[in-house]
Design a binder for this molecule. Structure first.
Ligand code: DQA
Length: 148
């Protein structure tokens, strides 16, 4: 059984640390990957972080995860609010999925309040800053470990 957790990031998250830091903070995706790897290692898991600005690439990576990953943490960025195709891809993945938003999307514009991804997610993080990724990884480790 795989011990690899995918951390998928959608559009504009490559700019994490530079983009609207008053909302998203100053940590970068490299910081997220390092912190999540440390959390996962404590539990005997590994992480692999991906980012793409392209919906099809996010979908292809979810398809790849079907063969390689035991769980997915996904911050789909703005695709959260638009993408039935990413929802469909996640529905074809069997392991746990945690949706993660750095900001509290419910405190923001109304168009951010709806998520297609939440129809599939086993849990949702919103408003915990980049720490939300670590909490999401911790949760995936617990779910996967409990299944054995
Ligand atoms: C986000 C929230 C989305 O509404 C937004 O489009 C993002 C980032 C978050 O992490 O808070 O790009 O997913």
């Amino acid at each position: 059984m795989s011990k690899l957790i995918y951390i998928l990031n959608g559009p504009n998250l490559n700019l994490l640390g530079q983009r609207q830091p008053e909302i998203y903070g100053y940590d970068t995706l490299a910081d997220v990957e390092r912190n999540c790897a440390a959390v996962a290692a404590e539990k005997g898991f590994e992480v692999k972080l991906f980012q793409s600005n392209h919906e099809g690439v996010v979908i292809d990576t979810i398809h790849e995860a079907r063969q390689t990953a035991c769980g997915i943490v996904i911050n789909p960025g703005a695709f959260t609010h638009t993408s039935v195709a990413i929802l469909d891809a996640l529905n074809a993945f069997e392991g746990p999925v945690i949706e993660c938003h750095i900001s509290n999307v419910h405190k923001r514009e109304a168009f951010r309040h709806h998520s297609y991804i939440s129809l599939r997610a086993d849990g949702v993080m919103a408003g915990f800053g980049v720490e939300g990724y670590e909490l999401a990884v911790r949760r995936i480790c617990s779910i996967v470990s409990a299944k054995k």
